[in-house]
Design a protein. Structure first.
Lengths: 207, 476
């Protein structure tokens, strides 16, 4: 047994000197925020969870909207996702994959939703509200994008999910692998094959 | 996989083809407020759920210390106690004066593509901690027929007795998923048990995923097992209760409200330290005190990246302590290290109320501009307005806009005279600075006439810093 000599210990007591005048306020997400630090803060004070929410709320909503195809259900499931994440965050072990962990919860919420509804909505391009973004609307109107949308809608549920996690949720290959319980290489290969197939089908159509 | 080259242009086309609208700012703000309210509930829940195990650990340590005190005398108690505790990675602090057993070797079972490995087991007089991983199983359902496993594993002893898993957590690992569970202590004379996993992950129920039985054999911990030394630190002598706090704030500061931070022990790792500290408050005037934003500064004043090793839970609230454990994540300059807490939130009980006249028939859209000044424990607040709001879940409620000032972090509003469905509140977003919103929804019809709203507690933000300085000796 290693005997360690006692170290110098200098207690410095700082009594509360004054109260901060800053009330509970929302701060805009800072791109340099370190997620690990945020999670550590949340474990100490759940109120800090709002910062994590600021970082991921939009992408979670967009992913869920892509799954359910309507605003009301997407909002409901987004709320469920973050409430569950808040409740379970102490079970999350920091490995730099918080986003994947969060999307796993969102995905489970969507699956529970479909179990109740008994049918999955395939999001149709026509349902997209593009009033806020004219450029996007113009692009969607383009013939090639419409053909691509039709091809995506014809994919299997698993294939669409793969694309959704990558291009709607903006997850990395490693994060998708975590969500789907697969290896990163397998995910990358599947996406590559899927894209190649879509590209090929588009070319055939255009010919 | 470097040969898999994706076309950025085609990827952008896919993004556009799958585009969906962004959420409305109204929705995001509403949900944010709801989460802040739920955060408060979560924090309060922690106080209740986790206090018992923590107290037990505290009592065990106290007994060991007392025993050591009588055995070796007070002068050498610290030195003797430091010989008792060690730190094992992935396990925590262990009493080395009693035998520790471990799994003889990792045990792996495979069924098709699914493999389960029990990586390690630590057995002490206090508990059994089992760490296992599995691969080839999805954690998420892919069809409606899938079943998500919620059953917890257990240990089966030779006499048939079963120890169910207690606290535990799970996460993704590099190759699949890993879990760690605590079980009751396995009797010292039992070296063979069966680890039983009722089911794994999600999927169509079948024999591949169900009823895993993995025999485990335990042996005494090898002498070469890594056990990091724990440096026990004496409590500072200047922490006696009743120390007067300089009144540097306009609001009254109770004499016995001393709040301080102590550094209790330090674990010396190969590449850094783990600091075990405690945040103390010596008064009943606070319902709880939650330290925020721990930082570590080296001798050059540089902030060192740290993480909390374990979630900090309060022991029994009456102990007035909040443990804090942080681990260094990067190198630091030689010399003194300073553990700093920048802020703390305190919740203080108060007994204040205000009344407004909702009229005979309040309806959604009704707004009453009150601009009523009230004093809450020496803090001036303004009840700006009350309005009727619809929860969109079949209930109506009142929304209160309150201006909070100075050290106030938030207030809690309740209607103690009518059954409520729920509510919540918070600030920020598009609200003016210093304004907080609270919503109270009712089970039955909306109260009319004179409505009295109580304020049972107030949340205050205390600015530190509270800090302790520790200097590693030269051979550390």
């Amino acid at each position: 047994m290693l005997v360690i000599p006692l170290s110098t210990f200098t207690p410095i007591l700082y009594e509360k000197a004054y109260y901060m005048s800053t009330p509970m306020t929302k701060t805009k997400p800072n791109p340099i925020d370190d997620v690990s630090r945020l999670i550590a803060n949340v474990r100490q004070d759940p109120l800090a969870f709002a910062r994590l929410y600021d970082l991921y709320s939009t992408s979670i909503y967009r992913y869920l909207y892509s799954r359910v195809g309507n605003q009301a259900d997407a909002e409901d499931l987004t709320g469920q996702t973050f409430l569950t994440a808040l409740e379970k965050i102490n079970r999350y072990r920091e490995r730099g994959r918080f986003k994947a962990w969060l999307f796993t919860i969102a995905r489970n919420k969507a699956l529970d939703h479909f179990r109740k509804k008994r049918a999955e909505v395939v999001l149709d391009v026509a349902e997209i509200h593009t009033g806020q973004n004219d450029m996007l609307a113009n692009l969607i109107q383009s013939e090639q994008i419409q053909e691509l949308s039709a091809l995506i809608r014809s994919l299997t549920q698993k294939e669409r999910e793969l694309l959704r996690l990558r291009y709607v949720a903006d997850l990395s290959y490693a994060e998708i692998a975590t969500v789907l319980g697969k290896r990163k290489d397998a995910v990358k290969k599947s996406l590559y094959r899927l894209q190649a197939r879509l590209q090929n089908q588009l070319e055939v159509k255009n010919v | 996989m470097s040969d898999l080259t994706f076309s950025p242009e085609f990827e952008n086309q896919i993004r556009v083809a799958m585009a969906v609208p962004d959420p409305s700012s109204r929705f995001l703000d509403d949900l944010r407020r709801q989460l802040i309210t739920q955060s408060e509930i979560t924090r309060a829940r922690r106080l209740g759920i986790f206090r018992r195990p923590a107290l037990r650990r505290g009592i065990v340590i106290l007994i060991v210390m007392l025993f050591t005190l009588f055995a070796v005398g007070p002068q050498r108690v610290v030195a003797a106690f430091q010989r008792l505790l060690g730190y094992i990675p992935d396990f925590g602090l262990v009493d080395q004066s009693v035998p520790i057993r471990v799994l003889e070797e990792p045990v792996t079972q495979a069924r098709g593509e699914v493999t389960v490995t029990v990586e390690q087991v630590f057995l002490t007089a206090e508990n059994t901690v089992l760490h296992y991983t599995y691969d080839g199983v999805s954690m998420v359902s892919t069809s409606e027929a899938d079943v998500h496993c919620t059953a917890t594993p257990f240990l089966r002893l030779p006499d048939g007795m079963e120890f169910k898993a207690g606290m535990g957590w799970g996460t993704d690992s590099d190759s699949g998923f890993e879990y760690r569970f605590e079980f009751p202590p396995v009797p010292i004379d039992i070296d063979d048990v069966v680890f039983f996993i009722p089911c794994l992950g999600s999927g169509t129920p079948d024999s591949t995923l169900e009823n895993w039985e993995i025999p485990l054999h335990f042996v005494p911990a090898p002498p070469e097992m890594t056990v990091y030394p724990v440096i026990e630190l004496p409590l500072p002598t200047s922490t006696a209760s009743g120390t007067e706090i300089p009144a540097q704030t306009a609001a009254p500061t109770p004499k016995d409200a001393l709040i301080y931070l102590t550094l209790d022990r330090v674990v010396q790792l190969e590449d850094g330290y783990i600091f075990y500290g405690t945040f103390h408050w010596e008064s009943d005037i606070y319902l709880q005190v939650v330290p925020l934003i721990p930082r570590l500064l080296d001798s050059e004043g540089r902030g060192i990246l740290v993480e909390e090793v374990n979630p900090a839970y309060v022991d029994e609230p009456q102990t007035h302590q909040h443990p804090l454990t942080v681990r260094t994540l990067e190198s630091f300059a030689p010399g003194p290290l300073i553990l700093v807490l920048e802020e703390a939130l305190v919740e203080m009980p108060v007994d204040t109320s205000f009344t407004f006249d909702a009229g005979p028939n309040p309806q959604p859209g009704d707004v009453w501009e009150l601009n009523q000044e009230i004093d809450v424990a020496g803090n001036s607040l303004t009840i700006v307005s009350v309005s009727v709001v619809d929860s969109h879940m079949g209930s109506l409620g009142y929304e209160f806009k309150v201006v909070i000032r100075d050290r106030v972090n938030g207030i809690y509003l309740v209607d103690q005279e009518h059954p409520v469905m729920g509510g919540g509140g918070g600030g920020g977003g598009d609200l003016p600075q210093n304004m907080q919103i609270t919503q109270i929804f009712y089970q039955n019809e909306l109260p009319s006439g004179q409505v009295t709203i109580s304020i049972p507690s107030i949340s205050l933000k205390l600015a530190g810093p509270w800090q302790v300085e520790w200097t590693p000796s030269e051979d550390q």
